[in-house]
Ligand binder design. Sequence first.
Ligand SMILES: Cc1ncc(COP(=O)(O)O)c(C=O)c1O
Length: 459
Amino acid sequence: MTTLHEPTTPAAGPAPAAAPATVPTPTPDLTVWPATTTEPRPGDLRVGGVPLAEVADRFGTPAYVLDEAEVRHRCRTYRDAFPDADVLYAAKAFLCRAMARWVDEEGLGLDVCSAGELELAVTTGFPPERIVLHGNAKSPRDLDTALRLGVGRIVIDSPAEIARLAAAVGPDGHQKVMVRVVPGVSAGGHEKIRTGTDDQKFGLPIADGYAQHAIARILDQPQLHLTGLHCHLGSQITSVKPYLVAVRRLVGLMSRLYEQHGLVLPELDLGGGHGIAYRPGEEALDLTALARRVRAELTEACAAAGLPVPRLIIEPGRAVVGPAGIALYRVLAVKHTPEKVFVAVDGGMSDNPRPALYGVRYAPRLIGRRPGTAEPARMTVVGRHCEAGDVLAADVELPADIRPGDLLAVPVAGAYHLSMASAYNLVGRPPLIAVRDGLARLLVRRESLADLRSRDVGL
Ligand SMILES: Cc1ncc(COP(=O)(O)O)c(C=O)c1O
């Protein structure tokens, strides 16, 4: 089978300038790389005991690498930090069959938001009762699939969904549901990923009694069993404070529901959004502090309201898989302009749309050879797509002698990359390779032209 493009072997670029006298190689800053990362020699970066350059040679580029041990370690870190809570992995960050199996084996639940994510998980053996279905606009297929497979919880996001869902469950049926509410808290790394304020599409605002009204309607539907409230404030949140405010506001609503309906809800879902560092020195959310302070806030607020403490549920996505992923690219061209040096690689916004969407920054590294002795220079790593916005890493420091044929590795590429990948320019989505204990194995193969053509049925 021909892949869409063979591993690139580009023509030699312009000769780099003569290098000054040798300087000691600085200790590599691997703080945002998976814990298994080593660099026995400059440029010889290894993850899970596997040289990344070997992965690029064997599977071609662009390619993604996923460190299984890092994913499992992060699942365990969550379970240890939140021993008396349900931790659900947010599949939207990235999902494939292996990921579903690892998360299942590590005892987490799963947050899905489509029939596709749900079916992939369940057909991989993930217990449906440990799955929660989200979505602000669930399709009839999403609901039918959820009911057919027996999903654990369905999170109601709008009033219109109440009657639809009740009808789909049927008068003799029974489905556990939660309600997504909006606590009016602004938090998140970018306005496009802030979902805790009333001016965005998700959930039912608490503020004007909107949520309370919808909940009253749910209580009128005997086939819908309301187990709790849900909120998701946004993504890439690095402070604990917004979660504490959300806890107070959700418990406040739970207290009013108790007064009005005598209702005691056993669950409170605080969503995900836990921020990670994409570059050395950046802040990440302190999970231990989050666990300790949320538990204290919840206990205090419930005591004040005279309510039993509900079971906490959280839904991290990015913080479980983000740091475990690495993107590998081959340099295709280096362009020196009066303004900038552009390093163009064989991937881009079709595998990583985040820079174009949110302006996020990454810290790519040259791998596969020892960098020259010339002082590093500031460069902009760009993709191969037909968009000026197709920038992967603006204004980063890279070896001055970088040239076509070189390999670049970008850490913290596990979340919202492949899951948001597209068929733009028909370059095909990259493969995903798992690494562990010195072994590399293919999890998801490269998308081929035949794959793309298989849908192109009309002439
Ligand atoms: C309902 C819900 N839960 C969890 C998440 C996961 O967020 P993150 O990957 O930032 O942890 C999202 C992300 O959009 C979400 O919408």
